[in-house]
Design a binder for this molecule. Sequence first.
Ligand SMILES: [Zn+2]
Length: 306
Amino acid sequence: MAQLITTLGPKHADELGLILPHEHVFVDLRTWDQPGYAQAEIADVVALMAPEITKAQAVGVTALVECSTVGVGRRPDILKAVSEATGFPLVVSTGVYREPWIPDWIQAASEAELRDWMTGELLDEIRPDGVKAGWIKLSAGDDGLTECEAKALRAAAAAGVTTNAIIGSHTIRGRVVRDQLKIIEGAGYSPERFIWIHTQAEPDFDLHVEIARRGAWIEYDAIGSNQLSDDFFVERIQRVLEAGLGDHLLLSHDRGWYDPALPGGGTPKPFTYLSEYFLPKLRQAGVDEPMIRQLTQSNPFRAFAR
Ligand SMILES: [Zn+2]
């Protein structure tokens, strides 16, 4: 039976409720070669982020997928400590962000080496932190994949064939997702094991439908942001549901986090907006309770469990 692989071990669907599929506990958006990159005292991160997790738990969030990958400060040891302090499971990624955040060792690695690295982190653990990766996070340049990004995607698809892990990619343009799905299919993996992260950034809604019809997940993950209103997301979600694609949609905030580039880690944004403010608006717009549960519980479980 499929399980969500978390910092607190594997979880079955009946142990979980609402899952946020795209959030961050710890991110460093300075590049890997900058002084101080990804450095912080574990206790400081726990002190800042544990209260945010506790608030999320209080409004029914039962797990969240941590989307910080190699290149933007992935720290499995910190995530594990935050989980253990709160009793709250986090899903940690293997994989790498886009250029110019890709470290030298990944630039230099062969496709087979990257495949073996990802597969090892998914089936065994992320060394030396003792955390198993739950999924593969990648990213694409806005105008198309660079050679290295394409190599990482081919490696991820090959690792997916072995592990059934979902591949999520930060991809701003829908036409780049088309290229990504072609690569995944070429490697013998399925579009159904791909998430188009940040789908809302693509203004052409027809592309959202096209990609979901091909079997991939689309993800509206800026709910509660300053740029896009709740009304915008309610309208988009209703159109996805009208197209009969409610079983291909994920919802999240893309919020948090402890930022080591800021004094004291900065001020995190709460993980509670969806539950407290957005879902009531979605209900008011006529989305019924079984569909709300599908969007916030069964869909994220089905996407990330393996
Ligand atoms: Zn993110």
